[in-house]
Design a protein around this ligand. Structure first.
Ligand SMILES: C[S@@+](CC[C@H](N)C(=O)[O-])C[C@H]1O[C@@H](n2cnc3c(N)ncnc32)[C@H](O)[C@@H]1O
Length: 277
């Protein structure tokens, strides 16, 4: 008989509506994570990981475990997915160096360019932006200001540290490492002299607070976890956050949805670059 019991990793966790609703409320109240704005399938997948880790079979059984602060901490870590890499989607970065950033430099003269990497994870996207500008002209160092924000304080401390192991340095060539990083054993560390171009801090993109006077908003591979309604509202809010002619960049598989579609012009459809009208 025992041989017929599937391993817990293969088991489909049972989610009844009432328990899920209750757990979402706990997540919101105790973890300060706006669970109602994420899509339910994403939440169920993330919760299943913790439910299985505790050898349980249902969301209902998991509820009492949420009184334990250690479990809440584990769940919090599980609710965010930080996959990223340097120069993620290489055609996008080629387009930045051959066209997009050159156009930006033609349009914005004699002042700093303010760039926001929202959902920056461990900082690879933000660093890729600066390196791409510096490869165009190293004198641009004084003109590029990059703000990296994320909901997770843990991942932000990695972004601030800018120290990457062999997994984290994926996407870097030896030539770029030698120019912009120092090596320490198996790790690379982004050089101190470039750190002043960055500000990293916690910000929840689903909050109403936002940053101002942004020229380019990198918002790649973060919106995928949000509910349809939250996405549509957010795109609309982003229109208000950005100034006329500022740019919004989404991930390669993402597109503006809802009424905000009519508020942005497409600058490059393949690379998912939009201009705020
Ligand atoms: C998959 S990573 C994308 C990293 C990078 N933008 C890229 O494209 O490689 C998504 C990041 O969004 C963050 N995130 C999730 N919800 C967020 C929210 N409401 N506000 C800000 N960041 C959020 C996660 O913590 C995670 O680090």
């Amino acid at each position: 008989m025992a041989d017929n019991i599937p391993p817990i990793s293969m088991v489909e966790i049972n989610f009844d509506d009432e328990s899920l609703k209750y757990v979402k409320k706990i997540i919101k109240d105790k973890i300060n994570f706006q669970s109602e704005k994420y899509n339910d399938n994403f939440l169920k997948r993330r919760l299943s990981v913790r439910i299985k880790a505790n050898n349980l079979l249902s969301c209902k059984e998991y509820i009492p475990f949420l009184h334990d602060n250690n479990e809440l901490e584990e769940l919090k870590k599980n609710l965010t997915i930080h996959v990223t890499e340097f120069f993620r989607d290489s055609s996008f970065w080629k387009f930045c160096s051959s066209d997009f950033f050159l156009d930006t430099l033609k349009n914005i003269k004699n002042r700093k360019i303010r760039i926001w990497s929202a959902g920056c994870s461990s900082g690879q996207e933000a660093i890729s932006i600066l390196i791409t500008f510096l490869e165009i002209d190293e004198k641009l160092k004084d003109r590029i200001h990059i703000i990296g924000t994320d909901i997770s304080n843990e991942i932000l401390s990695k972004a601030k540290e800018a120290r990457y192991d062999s997994y984290g340095m994926k996407g870097l060539t030896d030539e770029i490492i030698d120019k912009y990083f120092s090596r320490e054993g198996e790790e690379v560390i982004f050089k101190e002299e470039y750190r002043s171009n960055f500000d990293f801090f916690r910000h929840d993109i689903l909050d109403d607070k936002h940053l101002e006077n942004i020229d380019i908003l990198f918002f790649r591979n973060t919106v995928i976890y949000f509910s349809k309604e939250a996405k549509e509202k957010l795109y609309h809010n982003i229109y208000d956050y950005l100034n006329k002619d500022s740019f919004l960049i989404l991930g390669k598989t993402e597109t503006i949805s809802g009424p905000a579609r009519d508020l942005f012009k497409i600058y490059n459809g393949i690379e998912r670059i939009y201009v705020r009208e």
